[in-house]
Design a protein around this ligand. Structure first.
Ligand SMILES: *Cc1c(COP(=O)(O)O)cnc(C)c1O
Length: 458
């Protein structure tokens, strides 16, 4: 059959808020023109993030009931540990309340001011945690990865030549670890090839630099490897994931992504000293090492979810949904990052709004127009999220791209929901000149996009 269907049926429903234009205008104004500050009941289709927003399966709901809430040594912890170890092979496994907690403890225990951490692209929380301890987060995408419209596969690959130059320039002793993010969320959700991880590991091994995988979407990445990389077509997604983790020295994970859960994360590694330091800080800030800030029931749901994410039929359907939307946007002349990544569609807001400069935050203009027109919530990944105040004067260094991300929560929306989003975007494209410039009128020193207040005076 050519039609790829959802490999599940719906057992429970949740009503969607349907709002009027006037209600949305009032809501956005009270949210200081920042969709992060909207109440969820004011949003009809919420594509803000795929993080923690998925629908759990009947198996996961059943697993919740098996959750054992013992403080230490709970069987739910052992189920979690056994599953994570089966997939990753790592010796030490630590649950955390979400991905950034793993990043924070990793940064606090392994980095000092002046250190450098390379990555294909750092996600915003990863970068913030590295910068918070005074280290430098360096993105090393390949030229194809930086080209939004190149049809090349594995555009999430780390640039090996630039990695080598960075090691020469900074010195291996100043690089406590290198990261690779699969798939590359900040760079369009693009996958990383097994070959690239293997070659990076070879180079890092020569310099005794450990490799940490930011594994949030490890199963989606495994699907791309199986479909598009030579030699993997008859391997299971689990085998592919196992091979990938075998190349690394550790991993940070947000279970809110390919853990198919609503909360949770973990850090895993092989080195005993790293584990000792991590454990000590974990106890101080997250909890005892057999629960790490999670309830026993969460550990159960994650253990089931991690394996469900590796189900081939599930990944095939998920990717078909992304492809469905991308193909329809392209045929309507809407500039989307090519080829589509694993968990989201990224619209090039700079190309969508040619009348706006980066300092007008075209991504915010498009995000707010999507909300006002259709009650759809998306997120800017442009100069608000990744831009920086320039030294000296009051200007800003713009981000390399002005993107708007429409993330796909896992197993939540149906095809007609996506048809609706396509229709709204088509309408906005026809009236794109009316998309307005925005200014920031209040911001925090880190992760400003979450809480900034905007105003548009046009
Ligand atoms: C979500 C995400 C994180 C952080 O995880 P949280 O659970 O949101 O703290 C880190 N890296 C990447 C690539 C992510 O997508």
């Amino acid at each position: 059959m050519r039609t790829i269907i959802e490999p599940f049926r719906i057992k429970m429903t949740e009503p969607l808020p349907i709002t009027t234009r006037r209600e949305r205008e009032a809501a956005l104004t009270s949210a200081h023109d920042n969709v992060f500050l909207l109440d969820a009941e004011q949003v009809t289709i919420d594509l803000l993030t795929d993080s923690g927003t998925g629908a759990m399966s009947d198996r996961q709901w059943a697993a919740l009931m098996l959750g054992d809430e013992s403080y230490a040594g709970s069987p739910s912890w052992r189920h979690f540990e056994k599953t994570v170890r089966e997939i990753t092979g790592f010796k030490h496994i630590f649950p955390t309340h979400q991905g950034r907690a793993a990043e924070r403890i990793l940064a606090a225990t392994r980095l000092k001011a002046g250190n450098v951490v390379p990555n294909n692209s750092h996600f915003d929380t990863t970068r913030a945690n590295i910068e918070y301890v005074g280290a430098r987060a360096v993105d090393l995408l390949t030229p194809e990865g930086l080209d939004l419209y190149s049809e090349k596969q594995f555009k999430g690959n780390i640039d090996l030549a630039r990695l080598e130059q960075l090691i020469e320039a900074e010195g291996e002793e100043n690089i406590p670890f290198c990261m690779i993010t699969v798939t590359n969320n900040a760079g369009g959700g693009q996958p990383v090839s097994m070959k690239n991880i293997e070659s990076a590991k070879e180079l890092l091994r020569k310099h005794r630099i450990p490799l940490i995988i930011d594994a949030c979407r490890f199963a989606e990445n495994a699907y791309f490897v199986r479909e598009d990389e030579k030699g993997f077509a008859d391997r299971s997604l689990l085998e592919i994931a196992q091979e990938m983790f075998s190349l690394a020295d550790g991993a940070t994970m947000s279970a809110k992504k390919d853990g198919m859960a609503n909360i949770g994360g973990f850090f895993a590694c092989n080195d005993d000293n790293w584990a000792e330091d991590f454990r000590n800080l974990l106890i101080l800030t997250e909890g005892f090492p057999t629960y790490g800030g999670l309830a026993g029931r969460d550990l159960e749901a994650i253990a089931v979810g991690l394996m469900e994410a590796l189900d081939y039929e599930y990944q095939r359907y998920r990717h078909a949904t992304v492809e469905y939307m991308a193909a329809r946007l392209v045929s309507r002349d809407i500039p989307v990052v090519r080829p589509p990544g694993g968990h989201a569609i990224f619209i090039d807001a700079a190309a969508f709004c040619p009348h706006l400069a980066p300092c007008d935050y075209p991504g915010i203009g498009l995000v707010n127009a999507l909300y006002l027109e259709g009650g759809i919530r998306a997120v800017e990944l442009g100069s608000v999220m990744f831009g920086k105040p320039a030294a000296g004067d009051r200007g800003e260094i713009a981000a390399p791209h002005e993107l708007v991300r429409l993330s796909f929560p896992r197993r939540v929306y149906t095809q007609s929901h996506f048809d609706y989003v396509i229709e709204v975007l088509d309408l906005l494209r026809q009236q794109r000149d009316s998309i307005k410039p925005y200014r920031i009128i209040k911001q925090a020193p880190f992760l400003r996009h979450f809480t900034a207040h905007f105003s548009c005076d046009a």
